[in-house]
Ligand binder design. Sequence first.
Ligand SMILES: NC(=O)c1ccc[n+]([C@@H]2O[C@H](COP(=O)([O-])OP(=O)(O)OC[C@H]3O[C@@H](n4cnc5c(N)ncnc54)[C@H](OP(=O)(O)O)[C@@H]3O)[C@@H](O)[C@H]2O)c1
Length: 332
Amino acid sequence: MRAYVLTRYGDANAMELRDVPEPVAGDGEVLIRVRAAGLNPVDHKIREGKMRLVNRLDLPRVAGSELSGVVEGVGVGVTRFAEGDRVFARVDKKRLGAYAPYSVVNEIHVAKMPESLDFTDAAGLPLAGLTALQALRELAVAADDRVFISGGAGGVGTYAIQLAVWMGAEVATTASPRGEELVRSLGATTVVNYRKQRFKDALADYDGALDLTGGQDLPDSFAILKRGARTVSIAGVPEPTTARVDLGAGPLLAVAFWAASATIRRQARRRGVGYRYMFMHPSGEDLDLLAALVDKGTLKTVTDRVFPFEQIADGFAYLEQGHAKGKVVVEL
Ligand SMILES: NC(=O)c1ccc[n+]([C@@H]2O[C@H](COP(=O)([O-])OP(=O)(O)OC[C@H]3O[C@@H](n4cnc5c(N)ncnc54)[C@H](OP(=O)(O)O)[C@@H]3O)[C@@H](O)[C@H]2O)c1
């Protein structure tokens, strides 16, 4: 089969379309005929070698982190899925494999697709949707909280706004003028144009912040929080909890993250707020919840651009410009 393969760590040329053998479902695994796959910043960060410290991969390997498709077969012991089911998944981080006509995924990472979605829209939901859901849980958002989400117009942001509103929060976000209408339509009530103004000069007394942009936005988020509140980041600096809880790593990585995050943790402490960097984890169970929210009409998918699989490199060139509004998807 023709797959998009990560051949080595490097620039865009390090991924290429190649012929590879079709995978076979092992015990507890589901063989999926892939209909569409989502593109995510993590896929090019992996390619650039930026994830090597936390996720060492043997190369070459079929790339791709999320997909939608139809169950073609199941391995021994699979109970929740049968041939013909329409499913979607954020695949195992060490295995990848979504950018191919066939992919094998552990059944615990798979869920039935929302009935109201087509394959294209469903393919962009798993990674960003799970990240938004798990980060907001980590933030312990409660009804009537005022929550700030940086970068609301991107893949994760579009879901995070809607899920925070579903949890009962009032949401402020940052967006460029091109993204403002979109983030308001998803439920953000306060929108700061980050190209004109620093959000820390416009906002105050928030109950929690979700940092999706990193850089200076991360320490700036501390400045708009009430004392005792906290920022959960997915784009800033990993800290010791990230190593212990999200990566199940030993003390060595925890110490490395402790050192790397010393400055940012000190900045948080000075403001009397908390800081946590989180890595999302694949979860079929959480996908069931997201699918139910989509079918109830609570959660909308936002697909920015769709490319044919053969033009996946163009899809990445677009995504890597950093201006996608919602998700970028390839169709197989
Ligand atoms: N830790 C984890 O488990 C995890 C999981 C998922 C994602 N991530 C990371 O989270 C980040 C966001 O991911 P994503 O998929 O949402 O990315 P994305 O879809 O590529 O985000 C692009 C969007 O961000 C907006 N944007 C860029 N810079 C901004 C800024 N300074 N302020 C406000 N908006 C800004 C852009 O708007 P304009 O073009 O209008 O400026 C664009 O709409 C990435 O770094 C990704 O690697 C981490």
